[in-house]
Design a protein around this ligand. Structure first.
Ligand code: PEP
Ligand code: MN
Length: 338
């Protein structure tokens, strides 16, 4: 349930409501807007509480039930879009954010070169995997901490904030020493120990949709992080597994407007994993911008033919530069900038 306080309710009145909610055994989530404070009542059976009991309290305007099973992630909880500060870059606002870089950090020279190239093309966040969740244990697993150090060096050199994947709760502290944004990959969307660990810290979390996950499951996973106290979460459509074999995954374009309607969290599109083919990445990226995405994640490699992972879906820096120009035009057509 959500308790909406009257405009400019007094701190004493807000405290009174919070105290009552806690007495009833529920957790409180306070959201202080410019004029109004909203009090989220969080708990297993919060739907059983009578709203009327709060509506008679001083300073309370109204109460609302959140019908969705995800509460803090719900659009009912916050009508306004959430804007996340990721190392100084705002995600979720009018400007569409482009995160670009290689699938894996392969060497110091390669990530530094790519960082400069994607920055020149207009990307504002650098991506690169140091811990790689590979389908085969015999495939390249990433450079681990060495890769994190190279990413941090690339941030120093370019000023671009960095995003990299964290695969388990035990790695949160280490990855958090380096990264600006934690990426949770599609294979870990329902790794609840990892989600809880990320909820206990404050850095932004980029949560991908599971390989065969529904939109509701994605938002329930986001809820784990939010319920832990970290409101800096963005959700990413990266393609799902269907019966179609012409592409690596089926990019669910519907997910973008559906997520925008269901949640206030920023929505990201990943056309690289969504298609698996560089030839399709640009067209799906353009469609995602038209569909209302707040950000894009695009794999770019200086020499895709020699990439250690995901070369087939990686754009060359030249193709990425051309795509950025096209993206700006579509963004403008839908009232956004890039
Ligand atoms: C990645 O971003 O390189 C990655 C492994 O993505 P996903 O988790 O979507 O497969
Ligand atoms: Mn990849």
């Amino acid at each position: 349930m959500i308790i909406v306080m009257k405009a400019h309710a007094e701190p004493k009145q807000i405290e009174g409501v919070v105290k009552r909610v806690e007495e009833l055994g529920y957790k409180v989530h306070l959201s202080r807007g410019e004029a109004r404070t909203i009090i989220g009542v969080i708990g297993a059976d919060e739907h059983l509480i009578a709203g009327e009991a709060f509506e008679v309290m001083d300073g309370v305007d109204k109460t609302m039930r959140v019908m969705q099973p995800f509460k803090l992630a719900s659009r009912d909880f916050s009508e306004a879009n959430s804007v996340i500060d990721a190392g100084g870059v705002a995600i979720g606002g009018q400007r569409i954010v482009v995160m670009a870089g290689p699938c894996s950090v392969e060497s110091r020279a390669m990530i530094l070169e790519t960082a400069h190239l994607v920055k020149e093309a207009g990307a504002t966040i650098l991506r690169g995997g140091a811990f790689k969740p590979r389908s085969s244990p015999y495939s390249f697993q990433g450079l681990a901490e060495e890769g994190l150090r190279y990413l941090a060096e690339a941030r120093e050199a370019t000023g671009l904030p960095i995003i990299t994947e964290v695969m388990g709760p035990d790695d949160v502290a280490l990855v958090g020493e380096y990264t600006d944004i934690f990426q949770v990959g599609a294979r870990n969307t329902q790794n609840y120990s990892l989600l809880k660990a990320l909820g206990r810290q404050k850095k932004p979390v980029f949560l991908k949709r599971g390989i065969s996950g529904t939109i509701q499951e994605l938002l329930m996973s986001a809820e784990y992080i939010l319920a832990g106290g970290n409101m800096n979460v963005m959700v990413c459509e990266r393609g799902i597994r269907t019966y179609e074999t012409a592409t690596r995954n089926t990019f669910d374009i519907n997910a973008i407007p559906v997520l925008k309607d269901l949640t206030h969290l920023p929505v990201v599109a990943d056309p690289s994993h969504g298609t698996g083919m560089w030839q399709l990445v640009g067209r799906i990226a353009l469609a995602a911008v038209a569909a209302g995405t707040d950000a894009l994640m695009i794999e770019v490699h200086p020499d895709p033919a020699r990439a250690w992972s995901d070369g087939a879906q990686s754009l060359t820096p030249e193709r990425f530069t051309t795509l950025m120009g096209e993206l700006r035009l579509v963004a403008q057509a839908v009232g956004r900038t890039i």
